[in-house]
Design a protein around this ligand. Structure first.
Ligand code: ADP
Ligand code: MG
Length: 252
């Protein structure tokens, strides 16, 4: 993997003129119309916008799940456009943690096995895998649910398993697409509190949401309208500094 050597700190994300078009001819949709932004290490960014404004398209490209029509983006200094399929898969596995609205856990596999999966792909040995997965589940408050399967867990608990899975590789970037979109108020609060603690411990987070209450937790808000950035502002966090994470959590 080509990682750019620089003396200045490399931003976690450097995005320039991203364009994404779907379809051909009359059916063509321009989902992103030239998006540029940088995200520095430790930032907590909420990407907001109405349904159809291009939020998921942007997240899928940033997370190397999709490729842009044109434009460039560097993740942790690595130019994603210059990587082959295999290198992209490695980048995605090692540097990015994903959380989706619909949890996307594997059914009939325990919470523990779900959280271990990225480590299986990463070739981590069994004992180390188990230890790290257990620690990640503990971090999200699910130490007592590790052998439960997704259908034996509430939505909020499933999303916390998904968070543990996203974090188990200690990614440079946590990407969350409407992570509280399917949750009730109490579960939303639990998930946001975990993200607040992660942010306080130095994690870099990009969260996608169309809800003001959720965006209020971020340090910075970027607003998309029809595939363009129309606003990019810093804001004070909602509450005071959140409680510290349990020991063992490093600032990545
Ligand atoms: P958001 O997440 O903000 O709701 P999306 O990124 O999902 O928005 O979609 C942006 C635009 O791109 C919408 O007009 C949507 O219909 C279109 N779009 C998204 N994915 C596809 C696709 N796979 N094929 C065609 N059009 C798509
Ligand atoms: Mg979306």
């Amino acid at each position: 993997m080509t990682v750019q050597e620089e003396t200045a700190p490399v931003p976690v994300l450097r995005v320039r003129d991203l364009v994404k078009e779907y379809g051909e001819g009359d059916a063509r949709v321009r989902a992103l119309r030239g998006v540029s932004l940088d995200v520095e290490r430790g930032d907590y960014v909420a990407v907001m916008g109405a349904s159809g404004s291009g939020k998921s398209t942007l997240m899928n490209i940033l997370g190397c799940l999709d490729v842009p029509t044109s434009g460039t983006y560097l993740i942790d200094g690595a130019d994603a456009g210059r990587l082959d399929e295999h290198q992209l898969a490695v980048l995605r596995n090692r540097r990015v943690g994903f959380v989706f609205q619909s949890f996307n856990l594997i059914p009939r596999m325990s919470a523990l096995a779900n959280v271990e999966l990225p480590l299986v792909y990463g070739g981590v040995a069994l004992a180390a895998r188990r230890e790290r997965a257990l620690a990640a589940l503990e971090q999200v408050g699910l130490a007592d649910r590790v052998h439960h399967e997704p259908n034996q867990l509430s939505g909020g608990q499933q999303q916390r398993v998904a968070l543990a899975r996203a974090l188990v590789n200690r990614p440079a970037l946590l990407l969350a697409d409407e992570p509280t979109g399917n949750l009730d108020t109490a579960s939303t609060r639990d998930v946001l509190e975990i993200m607040d603690r992660l942010s306080a411990s130095g994690r870099t987070i990009v969260l996608i949401t169309h809800e003001d209450d959720v965006a209020a937790h971020a340090k910075r808000v970027i607003r998309l309208v029809d595939g363009e950035v129309v606003e990019d502002r810093r804001q004070a966090p909602v509450d005071g500094p959140p409680p510290r994470l349990p020991q063992g959590e490093d600032a990545a």
